[in-house]
Design a binder for this molecule. Structure first.
Ligand code: AHG
Ligand code: MN
Ligand code: MN
Length: 359
């Protein structure tokens, strides 16, 4: 047993002194919710909560029992402390109003209570993602109060429920990882100041959607797959876990690029992931670790949300690769990736030698 190691509570109190000391108390409640969820998902089939419900969420997705239960865990752990003006989540159509018996504060807590929940019945890592914003004054928040660009987040983080449970957090001064010591119940700072390598040879994307992607993403992935035989001149490796938390965690640990780009599978959805409780918190964590996070056409953290459950294309991870995919989008949008072909020499033109019809 080592004493004197930095616990999450110590870290949070030290890093939120002054302007955001009330947020410190909120983060400690979020960590308590995470421990509850960790214990629940860690029971696996023994919890009796596997399987789906009859209900769907606001996005038409079938809710799992665990989606609803983990949402409740966060609400109950965080509603009472007087720091919050409201909460919003993937599993609630409208923002949650703090019950009358509790005091109100100025912070807004937004979360995806169980990310990768399609993996929960197959014993693969899942997670919780959260974002903290603030409104000017304490009091009940309206939907409009939540619609702030990601660069106004005060804090962001995720928990990953894998072989070990970890909480990865930023309060705007680097990205830091804490591992749950199951014996003492403490989160211990094990990964201070995580840095994402700027270069990588590993990409993550759901290639079953390839035919729906835009040409710049098709170009990038084709080049990665061509490896040594293509213009990159080096072999790439691919990973796909289908839990964003697990992909982002791997990228924070050893680099890589994760893409859930815009596709035309369903024209009503400009991407799969949700801006406010998936893309924004992950983008802040990645940027704070020296990586990049983009829609392909702009910084994720610069996007002005128009609705709570809005979707957005996401490319994030090692800086140089994200910049390359952004460049491919720019070249596509400006036509620079399409070499000029004179109409005189095009398929049915006058001067093509194989064109014999005009002789
Ligand atoms: P959620 O379980 O909260 O709905 O999010 C799942 C997300 C994300 O974790 C993952 O990257 C993506 O959905 C996988 O989706 P597909 O398997 O449909 O590509
Ligand atoms: Mn999710
Ligand atoms: Mn979810």
């Amino acid at each position: 047993m080592q004493f004197g190691r930095t616990t999450l509570s110590k870290f949070v109190i030290e890093h939120t002194r002054g302007q955001h000391s009330e947020m410190g108390a909120l983060l400690i409640d979020v960590a308590a919710a995470v421990k509850t969820i960790s214990a629940l998902v860690g029971k696996g089939a023994l919890s009796g909560y596997s399987g789906v419900l009859d209900s769907t969420n606001v996005q038409g997705e079938v809710q799992k029992k665990l989606d609803v239960l983990t949402n409740e865990a966060l609400l109950r752990h965080c509603e009472w402390g007087g720091q919050l003006a409201g909460m919003a989540s993937e599993e609630m159509d409208e923002p949650y109003r703090i019950p009358d018996q509790y005091p109100r504060g100025r912070y807004l807590l937004i979360f995806d209570p169980l990310d990768g929940s399609s993996n929960s019945d197959v014993n693969v890592s899942v997670g919780t993602i959260f974002s903290i914003l603030q409104r000017e004054t304490a009091g009940d928040a309206e939907t409009a109060d939540y619609l702030q660009p990601g660069d106004r987040q005060i804090a962001a983080g995720y928990a990953i429920y894998g072989p070990a449970t970890m909480l990865v957090l930023t309060v705007g001064s680097g990205t830091h990882g804490f591992t749950l010591d199951r014996e003492s119940g403490n989160f211990i700072l094990t990964h201070p100041d995580i840095r994402v390598p700027e270069d990588t040879l590993e990409f993550a994307i759901n290639t079953s959607n390839e035919r729906f992607w835009e040409p710049p993403v098709q170009r990038y992935v084709a080049e990665c797959k061509a490896g040594k035989t293509g213009i990159r001149g080096v072999d790439f490796n691919m990973r796909w876990i289908a839990s964003m938390v697990a992909e982002v965690h791997r990228i924070l640990m050893r680099g890589g690029i994760f893409m859930y780009p815009k596709d035309n599978k369903d024209p009503a959805k400009p991407g799969r992931l949700r801006l406010m409780y998936e893309a924004n918190p992950m983008a802040m964590l990645i940027e704070q670790a020296g990586g990049a996070a983009s829609t392909g056409r702009g910084r994720i953290l610069g996007q002005q949300p128009e609705s709570l459950h809005q979707r957005v294309p996401v490319l994030l991870g090692s800086k140089h690769e994200v910049e390359r995919v952004e460049r491919y989008h720019h070249e596509y949008d400006t036509g620079a990736d399409r070499p000029f072909v004179s109409p005189l020499f095009a398929e049915r033109s006058l001067f093509r030698s194989e064109n014999t019809n005009f002789q």
